[in-house]
Design a protein around this ligand. Sequence first.
Ligand SMILES: *Cc1c(COP(=O)(O)O)cnc(C)c1O
Length: 397
Amino acid sequence: MSSNTNKNADGLGTETLLTHHGRAPEDQFGFVNTPVYRGSTVLFKTLADLEAQSQPYLYGRAGNPTTTSVEALITKLEGAHATRLVPSGLSSITIALLACVEAGDEILVTDSAYEPTRKFSDGILQRFGVSVRYYDPRIGGAISELIGDRTKAVFCESPGSGTFEIQDLPAIAAAAHAAGARVVVDNSWATPLYYQPLALGADIVVHAGTKMFVGHSDAFAGTISTTEECWPDVERVRGLLGFYTSGDEAFLVARGLRTLSIRMEAHCTRAVELAGWLEGQDEVLRVLHPALPSHPDHALWRRDFTGSGSLFGIILKPAPRAALAAFLDDLQLFSMGFSWGGYESLCVPFKTGSARTAVPWEEQGTLLRLHIGFEDLDDLKSDLTAAIDRYRKIRLE
Ligand SMILES: *Cc1c(COP(=O)(O)O)cnc(C)c1O
């Protein structure tokens, strides 16, 4: 891992920011947390006030003190010019991409992207005259060969959802900027605590705040943080599309963020331990976790990241569906469900098939995606050991 002083521009450590930034008890009668502001209408006292539009808040759709407090904190963590809280991770992606293109333009999207990112690109952007091409997540600087006059954005997700390739962001950003294209990075896995895309050359960073920021599987949120140059485009598109986040959701994001550092540390060490242990288990062909030395992008991960997320993949020996069902159906602690980032461990089968077009997924075997929560590690290992035994039994039948 690269040396990370964990100090931001103010000279304050990340943990201090997470604890103190983005709240002002003196404005809230001394109460520690910014309360939930609920509201659409914001009142003006005089015609002159209404005409001046200089109040901090004019209408609730553009934000309220609860959303602002979260945005201020994320801006610091990402080292960004500004941040917007939006209703979901997916909306942070759609807004970011729409902020970069118009009809006739082209975007390049990593083949490893979260599937709804692809569906939006194919289903909406293409319909409005934006071409979309997918590229090998491991392309690095060679992406310059794909970038043309019409290319306005390169979308990265590092590591990729489900397949966990690490991207060479500095090389991709250098190639994109040389051609005047912007770089958008989905940073949901590592969070700004362990990966700083803007410092590595990205222009826009998006998050599924639903995952690690909220941290308790009980709210939806997304964030978009940008450089000064991109901000007006992002803010214009968000405003025109009418995306709004309620004070209730924002409060849950703020609450999650206060403990993000200690949660990430626990997720990181537990996931690495389980991933390493799984590598030694019979039936497991490969573990896809960039912090393991066996991972093909381990060196890149060490260079650019200072920690790892809760999520990784495993590939089990090829077996009939019944073996997979036996593995999953009787799990006692790992639950099956989409999303991730909560305190509970999850395990889902991951289909890559049709979702890859640039580099076909050629790995044989059953791909599973695991999110490691806060249960006792020995209990989690026992749960997986029993599942692996059930899988083997049916595979060998
Ligand atoms: C879940 C997820 C999203 C989308 O977040 P939602 O809040 O569910 O819309 C985006 N990117 C990644 C990598 C995700 O895992």
